[in-house]
Design a binder for this molecule. Structure first.
Ligand SMILES: CC(C)(COP(=O)(O)OP(=O)(O)OC[C@H]1O[C@@H](n2cnc3c(N)ncnc32)[C@H](O)[C@@H]1OP(=O)(O)O)[C@@H](O)C(=O)NCCC(=O)NCCS
Length: 216
């Protein structure tokens, strides 16, 4: 699977620094940090062991992380001093899907809690869809809690429609799951506005957009 890089045209990158954000395949060494975000993001979080199993033993699974370039280069330093921008967490968000024939099923997506509403969720979703398209999928599916307004809004924004309901799907609180599907993603007219938005985000998301006080 290929990687998504920011072009060196916006923000710090324009001053000759490396590209600001990078989306690449999740590594085993990412799992502890992903696990911490997971704990903060979900009421029924996956364990680190579950992620390790996915990365090692599920050939149909594809997971990606957004990280700042210093982390991408060094693979370390949770508190890395990124000289060309604010100190950022090593992972800003992550997501993954299972490739199931002509369908991709998004199994997780989360942005860092301190960096919400900064288009990272959208960047992740569009990246996942784009990567899934390379796997020749025709549709992208997912389940979402009926009460998860941010996620439902994100999916609806990009054309996912409600196709079903699983009653009391979530064991922690008995909440229903909505099934949502993005159809015909293999068709260029469906993908074109997404590709355009993805390119826009990759060009625009820089330190100024992501600066935040809170890290964990
Ligand atoms: C869902 C989630 C990934 C969104 O990430 P984010 O980085 O905050 O979202 P973005 O800034 O990219 O927002 C993109 C769109 O999502 C929707 N959205 C995001 N947060 C929202 C909120 N609090 N209320 C309403 N809509 C919201 C909007 O449609 C938004 O588009 P807009 O900015 O044009 O209004 C994030 O809230 C998250 O990690 N939640 C916890 C984990 C989770 O629930 N994952 C989904 C499991 S199904």
């Amino acid at each position: 699977m290929s990687e998504t890089h920011l072009p060196a045209a916006a923000g710090p990158a324009a001053a000759g620094a490396p590209p600001f954000l990078r989306i690449d395949a999740m590594r085993m060494s990412d799992v502890p940090i992903v696990g911490r975000i997971e704990l903060a993001a979900f009421t029924s979080p996956w364990s680190e062991a579950a992620y390790r199993h996915e990365l090692m033993a599920n050939p149909r699974s594809f997971y990606y992380v957004i990280r700042p370039p210093a982390e991408a280069e060094s693979g370390e330093a949770e508190e890395a001093d990124v000289s060309h921008g604010p100190v950022l967490p090593p992972i800003l968000g992550y997501g993954g899907y299972w490739l199931l024939g002509d369908e991709a099923h998004i199994v997780t997506i989360a942005s860092h809690p301190a960096y919400r509403r900064k288009a990272l969720g959208e960047l992740l979703l569009l990246h996942l869809i784009g990567m899934a398209r390379e796997g020749q999928v025709e549709s992208v599916t997912l389940e979402v809690r009926v009460g998860n307004t941010p996620a439902r809004s994100l999916y609806a924004k990009w054309g996912f429609v409600e196709v079903g309901l699983r009653k009391r799907y979530y064991r922690d609180n008995g909440e229903d799951a909505l099934l949502m599907t993005l159809f015909r993603v293999n068709e260029d007219q469906v993908w074109a506005p997404m590709a355009q938005r993805l390119a826009h985000l990759l060009a625009q998301l820089d330190a100024a957009h992501l600066d935040a006080e809170t890290h964990f």
